[in-house]
Design a protein around this ligand. Structure first.
Ligand SMILES: Nc1nc2c(c(=O)[nH]1)N[C@H]1C(S)=C(S)[C@@H](COP(=O)(O)O)O[C@H]1N2
Ligand SMILES: [Mo]
Length: 412
């Protein structure tokens, strides 16, 4: 008898513990009765780690070794992306948080006048500080829609941010160190380690052509949204090259190489961050000769309000809003359609706060009758280049899918 009661009691405790777990997870845990006692569902481990990375628990973890975290598109509604909502794309393992007094940046390479090392106070005290709002978009943003699927993180459309970056201009530092006439490329080197643990391998070491390095908006940033740069985004110093695939914006900098040729660091080789020059058959491989390095990102827009699936009473007007950007270009126009692309109306479009920042758009939509609708949005850049309505040309690594963003809306 006693034994039986004890068992029942344990079962009751277990059941109530499960129902607490279920309410924390937000839904029923289907095989809860098979879960070992005391087991912590991994979703909590992810949430804890997200917190320690300074991120909101509502971000989507695509991978935790290395960390790849996506922002659900409706969480990108802020005009300036808060650090807590910025996507993370790491290729290697996060470095330890370094002490500023132990940190230096070395300027090296065959085209530097002479190798020189800077401390953080050299950087902060010697050069003027600038702030720009800059779009960082992963080259693989939108990859999840390519067919046949390509390897890599299956990003939705939320591998993008536009935050306020503060630092010094890379061109001022290059002027201070002195570069030779044959310099054509700047490569970065970070403190993160290769997934294999091999200290002789770099997780990623990409960079930018000299013309991009000399732009006013190309920064070596030590602050994000007026606060110290978070570890996840490159503390203590990162390169920020807005408009280029974000892989060019090296985090956790320890060195920059001034090169007399295109930088040949890790992930500069084909097919990484390259796309075919002439069209290819989906699923096929491409000769290196037919590949080019991605520079300016293509035109794109996202609807950040409302969330897809929104339901509203018939008769109510809907105010939509979002952001549009176009790599090195500005956005000329944003249009929306509620009839599957048959007709398009203009959205209100703001000017960017500075070059290479995203532009905010909005529109007020009236729906003719009750029912299911889709709102499609399409941006057009200053050169007249428009977003495609369907997934653009397939490429081996699934880059640059800038198809129109669409949301579902129900009028009831
Ligand atoms: N050192 C270093 N820099 C890096 C990376 C990295 O793995 N290591 N990832 C790059 C890639 S592919 C992207 S998309 C951006 C992501 O920047 P974020 O994590 O700050 O959003 O950082 C880039 N800079
Ligand atoms: Mo990326």
């Amino acid at each position: 008898m006693k034994k039986g009661k004890g068992k029942q009691r344990r079962a009751f405790i277990k059941n109530s513990a499960y129902s607490i777990l279920a309410s924390l997870v937000g839904m029923e845990i289907v095989f809860a009765n098979k879960m070992p006692v005391g087991y912590e569902p991994i979703i909590f481990q992810e949430k804890e780690s997200l917190k320690s990375l300074g991120k909101e628990a509502s971000l989507t973890v695509l991978n935790d070794k290395p960390w790849n975290v996506e922002t659900p598109v409706h969480l990108l509604d802020d005009q300036v992306t808060p650090a807590s909502k910025m996507f993370i794309r790491n290729n290697g393992l996060l470095p330890d948080r370094i002490k500023l007094e132990d940190w230096t940046l070395t300027l090296q390479g065959e085209s530097v006048k002479s190798t020189k090392t800077y401390s953080m106070s050299d950087i902060k005290d010697k050069f003027r500080h600038y702030s720009y709002h800059l779009v960082l978009e992963c080259g693989g943003n939108g990859r999840g829609e390519f067919y046949p699927p390509t390897e890599g993180n299956q990003w939705g459309v939320g591998a993008v941010s536009c935050a306020k970056w503060t630092g010094i201009r890379l061109k001022d530092l290059l002027q201070d160190v002195g570069i030779n006439n044959d310099a054509v490329y700047i490569g970065y080197h970070g403190l993160d380690s290769h997934l294999s643990g091999d200290p002789n391998k770099e997780a990623i070491s990409r960079g930018i052509p000299l013309w991009k390095a000399l732009q006013e908006e190309t920064l070596l940033a030590f602050a994000l949204n007026d606060e110290e740069l978070p570890l996840a985004h490159g503390f203590p110093l990162r390169l920020v090259a807005g408009g280029f695939p974000a892989s060019a914006s090296g985090k956790w900098l320890k060195a920059l190489s001034v090169r007399n040729k295109v930088h040949d660091g890790s992930k500069m080789e084909s097919p990484s961050y390259r796309i075919p020059i002439s069209p290819i058959e989906p699923g096929s491989s491409v000769d290196e000769d037919n590949m080019r390095i991605i520079e300016s990102m293509p035109v794109r827009s996202i609807i950040t309000y409302p969330k897809s699936g929104a339901q509203l009473p018939f008769g109510r007007k809907l105010n939509i809003r979002g952001h549009a950007w176009a790599g090195e270009e500005a956005v000329k126009q944003v249009e929306y359609s509620i009839d599957f692309g048959s007709t398009w109306q203009l959205c209100n479009l703001e000017k960017p706060i500075n070059r290479l920042a995203w532009q905010h758009f909005s529109a007020t939509i009236e729906f003719p009758i009750k029912g299911y609708y889709e709102v499609w949005v399409k941006a057009i850049d200053m050169k007249g280049v428009s977003q495609p309505m369907v997934v653009p040309a397939w490429n081996p690594k699934g880059y640059l899918n800038n198809a129109c963003h669409r949301i579902a809306v129900k009028l009831t």
